[in-house]
Ligand binder design. Sequence first.
Ligand SMILES: Cc1cc2nc3c(=O)[nH]c(=O)nc-3n(C[C@H](O)[C@H](O)[C@H](O)COP(=O)(O)OP(=O)(O)OC[C@H]3O[C@@H](n4cnc5c(N)ncnc54)[C@H](O)[C@@H]3O)c2cc1C
Length: 323
Amino acid sequence: MNSKSKIIVVGAGLSGIMTAKYFSSHNPVIYEMSDRKIFSDEHAAVMRVKGPEVGMILGCPMKKINISKAIYADGKLHNEPDIRLKNMYSLKVTGTIAERSIDYSSNRNDERFIFTQDSIPKYHDVRFRTKIKRITDNREIISICDRKETLTEDVEIIISTIPMPAMLEITGVKHSIKFEYQPIKVTTADINVQSSVHQTIYFPELGINIYRATLENRKMMIESINDWPTDAEIDIVKWCFSVSELSDVNTKEQRFGKITAVDDSFRRSIIMELTQRFNVYSIGRFATWNPAVKADDVVNDLKRIEKLINLSEVNRKYESYID
Ligand SMILES: Cc1cc2nc3c(=O)[nH]c(=O)nc-3n(C[C@H](O)[C@H](O)[C@H](O)COP(=O)(O)OP(=O)(O)OC[C@H]3O[C@@H](n4cnc5c(N)ncnc54)[C@H](O)[C@@H]3O)c2cc1C
């Protein structure tokens, strides 16, 4: 890649920060409209990845852990999911039947990586509170800083990590698709005894707001859809984990908790159009509007985008020779 290519990263969530770090030799400018300062300012739910690369790219070493899982249904704990429980869970959280993290085997050693208290990604070098308002066909970015100062910049490569519908609005690309999403409600708390385990329990039944609860060392994370968990539901969680008390209880709503998949060929054609017309490369779960995307996939997509950018650089040089 031409080391002088000017890269703009739109959005400073996990994908945006990974992108900026990956392309750090280009000194990318990162635009972010919120004032989040660290990853956990926004993301309170469970965050586990399969490999060490995410932490390596971010420069935030992650800790390897072994996780155990169970399912609460029919008033008892199940060690293994059967097809009914898997489908119930998927229908509850996505409205469709698809592979979800409940699909595990208790015989398998489930190894994952997590951020520790000291390695949570911090968002440095970000133009905070700068909202991209418009991207034109000739790659001019118009943004507004702190709701007053308007900035205009010409760029070569734009890497978008913001939700696909927001990028379609910014670029003025017409479409007729409804992008549906649902917020989730996350309750975090501490348990009252020392703990060094990583356990997750799934709640596939529709009659309970909670869909997943996780004990990470002493920290409990209870994720719910539709409504906040009732006291009786919290009691079920305590019974499942055999803990008697929860303290330091906090609550947070995550806006894009669950997104609904859209037609795959439409999704891909939008990603292509954004690249071909505006040189916008989309990365991450929301920018590609794909609920299956995890941070590990972002690593592979960064490598793919690097190749695509290299290829377009070569083509451009070639075209300039034959001009
Ligand atoms: C409940 C839940 C659990 C998950 N668990 C896991 C897990 O265990 N493992 C895993 O790998 N992944 C997991 N994921 C997925 C992963 O965490 C998320 O995909 C990731 O945090 C999303 O980061 P992002 O940077 O792609 O998007 P976001 O965090 O949404 O970042 C996009 C940013 O763009 C900004 N923005 C939007 N519009 C504009 C604009 N016009 N101008 C400037 N900035 C703008 C927003 O303010 C936001 O900060 C989970 C996701 C959820 C919701």
